[in-house]
Design a protein around this ligand. Structure first.
Ligand code: ADP
Length: 181
């Protein structure tokens, strides 16, 4: 299955993505993790991306799209994947459509994890990642509203919404249910 996960920062996408990947036997591809890995290894891409992660802004499309296109070439992604954190804008969604078309394939599902803004703020402040300070969080939420939320309309036809408030296992069960697994 080829699945895209959508949802604001703090919705628990990453954790659910990992559990789904394990259950479905497909790789979890997180652009945030890929960027952080490049930053830790001080690669050229990492050096370029760091200032955007530090401020909570989107890394420019050219860098991001190349990163994903390269990752989709890895053998483990040939039969399916869970994309977590990509696409994050309509521009990226168009790029993804082209990447999939070039591989003669399409998405099977787009899963939206839905959480209220107050719950999100509470969760993020207790998480403690380097980019989880209040002003960076608020900027990431603004970027989500402005750039990413339009994807909910863009993917209207394949969108399945999951209520992301509840225990890890409850949310996971809901995700499997909407995927028909
Ligand atoms: P969260 O979902 O909690 O915001 P992520 O790990 O998904 O965390 O993303 C962290 C940061 O990585 C983003 O704020 C952004 O700077 C960068 N990033 C991740 N994915 C993308 C993307 N698809 N396009 C541009 N920037 C991205």
């Amino acid at each position: 299955m080829r699945i895209v996960l959508l949802g604001p920062p703090g919705a628990g996408k990453g954790t659910q993505a990992q559990k789904l990947a394990e259950k479905l036997g497909i790789p979890h591809i997180s652009t945030g993790d890929l960027f952080r890995d490049n930053i830790n290894r001080a690669t050229e891409l990492g050096l370029e991306a760091k200032k955007y992660l530090d401020s909570g802004d989107l890394v420019p499309a050219t860098l991001t799209n190349r990163l994903v296109d390269d990752r989709l070439n890895d053998a483990d992604a040939a039969e399916g994947f869970i994309l977590d954190g990509f696409p994050r804008s309509v521009e990226q969604a168009e790029a993804l459509k082209d990447m999939l078309a070039a591989r003669n394939t399409t998405l099977d599902a787009v899963l939206e994890f839905r959480v209220s803004e107050q719950e999100l703020l509470d969760r993020l402040k207790s998480r403690g990642r380097a980019d989880d300070t209040e002003d960076v969080i608020l900027n990431r939420m603004k970027v989500y509203r402005d750039e990413t939320a339009p994807l909910l309309d863009y993917y209207q036809a394949e969108l399945k919404t999951v209520d992301a408030i509840g225990s890890l296992d409850e949310v996971f069960a809901r995700a499997l249910q909407v995927l028909g697994r």
